[in-house]
Design a protein around this ligand. Structure first.
Ligand code: TYM
Length: 338
């Protein structure tokens, strides 16, 4: 098993990232068998697809590295690095650009969402971003890619690219690329905004109140949960009763994910109670989950040299691991390199 996944270092790590992806990274790392490997990276090359401030990107990259370690990613067991230190990522992207089809990229909903009405003004990088994402996982022959629901389409594209490349340039008994499987946690695949139950919780939402950040202090967490949008009805006894109540469903989903329960089990405990009782209970569980993460995060950030060393070590290992696939790709395409 080879696990590979990434996160963009834009803004702070939030509860959607944590419950939708990072917590699973840590579990996969902790349950890894002999001979399996986990690679986790900061997708800093992806971050330049949107307007950005260079100083802010530098700061966010280091902070995200510290946040991942604080959440339980152990750099002595997992390979932790940032893309910018592993040139094979953009190199492989270029090689895969010959295989990816315009029609496939035209269907990517994230490009449509992020470019909005200003399609002509969007960067080329925003359009070709999913090919870089395919390179990120194919470079390491990933078998499993733990992500939230919103990344499923990108992973399907990576499989399509791998399959077409293998068909066009390799033989069936010696494929160049492994087809990766998306691994989406059922309980928390989609954590929604605290202000609008129809939008996912996201770093790019202008309202701070829409998301819980992993560095929020207890008072801020409590305030955000108290102010989270809900409705006046008490919680129902069964999941079916949440069908038209996206904000209520979101809070119950978060509680279930944090306590390793299910929506049904939370409703068994809280059915019939109003948000006046449920919100403080949820806030409490959140504060307790975040407490150890934020104190570890603060310690790590104070030791910049160790963070730099972690990323440099991870990148050296990643360069070594990706080398053979990159070479095989050049060769399969008939490119002469001396
Ligand atoms: P990014 O940085 O937006 O998010 C990182 C991870 O968090 C998950 N996630 C969520 N899960 C549930 N609910 C939410 N509200 C929520 N918001 C974010 C995402 O699904 C993701 O797993 N393109 C990727 C980064 C990337 C990548 C890769 C991932 C680049 N290359 C290769 C996997 C493999 C992204 O922008 O994720």
């Amino acid at each position: 098993m080879r696990v590979v996944s990434g996160i963009q270092p834009t803004g702070n790590l939030h509860l959607g990232n944590y419950l939708g992806a990072i917590r699973n990274w840590v579990r996969m790392q902790d349950e890894m068998e002999e001979g399996s490997e986990c690679l986790f990276f900061l997708a800093d090359l992806h971050a330049i697809s949107m307007p950005h401030d260079p100083a802010e990107l530098r700061r966010a990259t280091l902070e995200m590295a510290a946040a991942l370690v604080a959440c339980g990613i152990d750099p002595s067991r997992s390979v932790l690095f940032n893309q910018a230190q592993v040139p094979a990522h953009p190199e492989l992207q270029w090689l895969l650009n010959g295989t990816a089809r315009m029609g496939w990229l035209n269907r990517m909903t994230q490009f449509k969402d992020k470019s909005g009405k200003n399609r002509e003004g969007a960067s080329v990088a925003l359009f070709t971003y999913p090919v870089l994402q395919a390179a990120d996982v194919l470079l390491y022959q990933a078998t499993h890619v733990p992500v939230g629901e919103d990344q499923k389409q990108h992973l399907e594209l990576a499989r399509d690219i791998a399959q077409k490349f293998n068909n066009d340039f390799a033989t069936e008994d010696a494929p160049v690329f492994t087809l990766p499987e998306p691994y989406i946690p059922p309980a928390a695949a989609r954590i929604m905004s605290l202000r609008d139950g129809s939008k996912k919780m996201s770093k790019s939402d202008p309202s701070d109140m829409s998301r819980i950040e992993l560095v929020d202090d207890p008072d801020t967490v409590m305030k955000k949960i108290k102010k989270a949008k809900t409705d006046p009805e008490p919680l129902p006894g069964e999941e079916a009763g949440l069908a038209d109540r996206p904000e209520a469903l979101n809070l119950v989903t978060i509680y279930a994910a944090l306590t390793d329960g299910s929506v049904e089990s939370v409703l068994r405990d809280f059915g019939g109670q109003g948000f006046g009782a449920f919100k403080p209970a949820l806030g409490e569980v959140l504060v307790e989950t975040l407490r150890p993460i934020s104190s570890r995060f603060a310690e790590l950030l104070d030791d910049r040299e160790s963070l730099d060393a972690i990323l440099a070590r991870g990148a050296a290992k990643a360069r070594e691991m990706g080398g053979p696939t990159l070479d095989a790709t050049y060769k399969a395409l008939g490119l002469v390199r001396g």
